[in-house]
Design a protein around this ligand. Structure first.
Ligand SMILES: [Zn+2]
Length: 127
């Protein structure tokens, strides 16, 4: 596949955890570990550096949901603390672990789609 995929295609590719170039190979070799190369087209994933981006989005999103829900339940029902632990512990795991892989794949594929990289100097001195 040589033509550049559209932005919606790239988004779906990222959410599926597929290679940003061929959209067939796997992006991850583990739950969150990015593979070294694409098994289908050989694309070097050395460019892939999502950094803290996925974690920040997940922290903000999950914090809003869990803290908001805990505050609402506490104000309305005043349950014992053990019930808070039983309710919010599993919810925290659910709303943090599941979207983390999706967002990491999405950010890496968007990084490839937009050719985003750290700034660097060309050999002839042009930025
Ligand atoms: Zn590939």
């Amino acid at each position: 596949m040589t033509e550049k995929p559209s932005l919606p295609q790239s988004i779906m590719t990222g959410l599926a955890g597929r290679c940003p170039r061929c959209r067939k190979g796997r992006l991850f070799s583990g739950f969150l570990h990015v593979d070294k190369t694409c098994e289908a087209c050989g694309l070097d994933y050395g460019f892939a550096d999502a950094g803290d981006g996925p974690a920040i989005f997940v922290i903000l999103f999950s914090g809003f949901i869990v803290v908001g829900a805990a505050l609402i339940v506490e104000v309305m029902y005043q349950p014992p603390f053990w019930l808070h632990a039983v309710l919010w512990g599993p919810l925290i795991l659910l709303v943090t672990l599941l979207p983390l892989r999706l967002l990491k794949g999405l950010l890496i594929v968007l990084q490839y789609h937009h050719r985003a990289a750290e700034g660097r100097f060309e050999r002839d001195g042009k930025p």
